[in-house]
Structures are given as C-alpha cells and as structure tokens.
Design a protein around this ligand. Structure first.
Ligand code: PRT
Length: 299
C-alpha cells in the first residue's frame, strides 16, 4: 500500500495522553514501535502510520486533512476550533468516538483570599490561561467581561507573581490548585480524549481500514468499563441474585456437578460492581464470587 492509502493518525508524542493512546493502539492489535525519535511511526501489521506531535497541533492537522484521524483532549479541540473560526480558518472535523481516558475539567480558580460572590464578582478581572477562547465564550455567555494573559505552562503561579487576578486551567485531582493556594470557583468545560476524523471523505482503502479499526477501539473501551462476574448461588435464590446484578445483560445460569442446591451464575456487568452488592450476594448464600477484568469485547 502507498503512503496515500495508509491511514494516518496523529497522537501526542509525550505527555498525559501518550501512554493511554499507545496502550489503546496496543490493545487494538496494532504493532507499533514508537521507541525511536521519528515523527512518523509505521504500524507493522496494518496499513496505518502514526504521526507523533504536540497535542496542540493535532486538531489543526486533522482539520486541514494532513492527518485522517487524531486522538486529542476535547479542551484542545474546542479551543482550536474556536480560534480557527475567529481567524476564518477551516475548523470542521468529525468526532468519531469518545474515549474513556484523559478526563479533566477546565475551571476558573481564585486565590483563597478572594471574596467570591458568584460569577458577577469576576467581571473585569484578569486571568492567566492557555484557553482564552473557552474562557471568553464562558464569560460572554454569563454576561461578564474578562481580560486574559496567555500562558502555556505554570499557569497556577500567575496570581502569586501579580500577573493575573485568577487563573483558568485544567484540573483533575485539584492538588495543584491546593498547593498554590487557589480555590476552584467555576467549572467551565468538561473534557475527555476523543478520536476525531477529518471532515473530508476518506478514500475507499482508508475507509476500509477505519471500518476495521473503529469496532476494535469501541471494543477496547467497552471492555475497560465492563467486568465478568462469576458466582455460585442457591438455586432457589436465582431471581433475587439476578436482580442484584449490575447492567442489563441476562445472566447465564449453569448447573454445578454434584450439586442440586447450587448453580453457577455468569454475567458481563457494564456498570460498577460495588462491594456492597457482593456483601448482599453473600448474605443471600452466594459464594465463590469472582469479579474479573475483560480483555476484549465485540458484538
Ligand atoms: O502536547 P502539548 O504539550 O501540546 O499539550 P499539553 O501541554 O496540553 O500536554 P499535557 O500532557 O499536559 O496534557 C495533555 C492533555 O491531557 C490535556 O490537553 C488534557 O486533555 C489532558 N489532561 C487531563 C490534563 C490534565 N488531566 C491535567 N491535570 N492536562 C493537564 N493537566 C495539568 C493542569 O494543567 C495542571 O497543571 O495538571 C495540573 C492539574 O492537575 P491536578 O491533578 O493537580 O488537578
């Protein structure tokens, strides 16, 4: 296959999304060697090339059709789309699949000493941020005006050094804000990683590679969120046991050799299986309760 017919995917070269993205590719069966310094890494067992770049370059590469697909945080994606719209550049893309990693929120945070009295108390203030477009959109939607100073890193130190009144930055655990004496006052955008696709239709060859890859990606996502549950249950308690199982799957009931009073119950749970549920099952007389991760799923 020529370069023109190999599917090209952009991923973050190094940073918070790169390990999860590499892991996703691996679990989808892509044999990718990214240990070298090359910009373009070839997948050995499928006609796919992976372009390893900065996260902030990914939306533009996909919107301009340089890459067919990209894996990027919704925060970067939305900020780039707004910026490009403003500059009259191409900003269209297709969100092909939401991914279940890279979760965070973009929030406004103020020094602990600030007397926060609702969104209006932020009117006319100055914020350090990497996301001026998202901040501006939120401010406008809430009827306030804000100023910003653009920082690409160490945003959280800006109020302390007198650069800004507050910040607008990504938060996941909140530890960075706390360490810098800042308090989250407004969540303005929720983000996760997404698989995005160029809005230009793909050629037949590339579309067929994507048609193979996409169910695998979705299978990996589904498997990550699901658990396989196995247990032994008293035969006369099957209805109560089934009612306690998380998710909508019907359990498989199997006989147990030499036991007329017990059956084996197997189910794929697509929702969280809590310790409390295990304790309730135990109280019903169930034993050998196993909760196991699922490697792959299809159909
Ligand atoms: O590749 P490039 O350098 O262009 O991008 P980048 O600087 O955004 O890279 P990186 O690796 O920092 O982040 C990549 C993507 O990871 C982001 O665009 C988000 O989609 C996602 N992500 C998820 C995060 C966080 N969680 C996160 N917590 N990105 C950054 N942070 C930072 C935040 O800016 C702050 O400094 O972590 C700190 C806060 O973390 P907590 O846990 O203390 O709240």
């Amino acid at each position: 296959m020529t370069t023109e017919t190999r599917l090209r995917i952009a991923m973050q070269k190094s940073g918070r999304l790169s390990d999860d993205t590499q892991n996703l590719f691996k679990r989808c069966g892509l044999n990718l060697n990214v240990s070298d310094r090359r910009l373009l890494a070839h997948v050995a067992n499928m006609p796919i090339d992976v372009m390893r770049v900065r996260s902030s370059d990914i939306p533009g590469l996909v919107m301009d059709g340089v890459c067919d697909l990209g894996i990027v945080g919704d925060n970067t994606l939305e900020e780039t789309a707004l910026e490009r719209e403003l500059m009259g550049q191409k900003s269209q893309y297709i969100r092909t699949s939401a991914l279940n990693f890279g979760g965070c929120r973009l929030s406004i945070a103020m020094p602990e000493s600030f007397n926060y009295q609702g969104i209006k108390s932020l009117d006319g203030l100055r914020f350090a941020t990497t996301y001026p477009q998202l901040l501006n959109r939120y401010a406008k939607a809430n009827g306030i005006n804000v100023e910003f100073c653009l920082l690409k890193g160490s945003v959280e130190v800006a109020p302390r050094v007198g650069l800004s009144d507050g910040i607008c930055d990504l938060v996941s655990t909140g530890a960075t804000l706390e360490a810098n004496g800042l308090v989250e006052v407004e969540e303005i955008f929720k983000s996760k990683a997404s698989l995005i696709q160029t809005s230009t239709p793909l050629c037949t060859e590339k579309q067929s590679i994507l048609d193979t890859l996409l169910p695998r990606i979705q299978g990996v996502m589904k498997a990550k969120e699901s658990k396989y549950i196995m247990l032994h249950a008293p035969k006369d308690k099957i209805a109560q046991v089934s009612a306690l199982m998380p998710g909508k799957e019907t359990p498989t009931i199997l006989p147990l050799a030499g036991r007329d009073d017990l059956v084996a119950v197997h189910v794929v749970a697509t929702e969280t299986f809590f310790w409390e549920t295990m304790e309730q099952l135990n109280a019903l007389g169930c034993n050998s309760i196993l909760v196991m991760p699922i490697e792959k799923m299809m159909g």
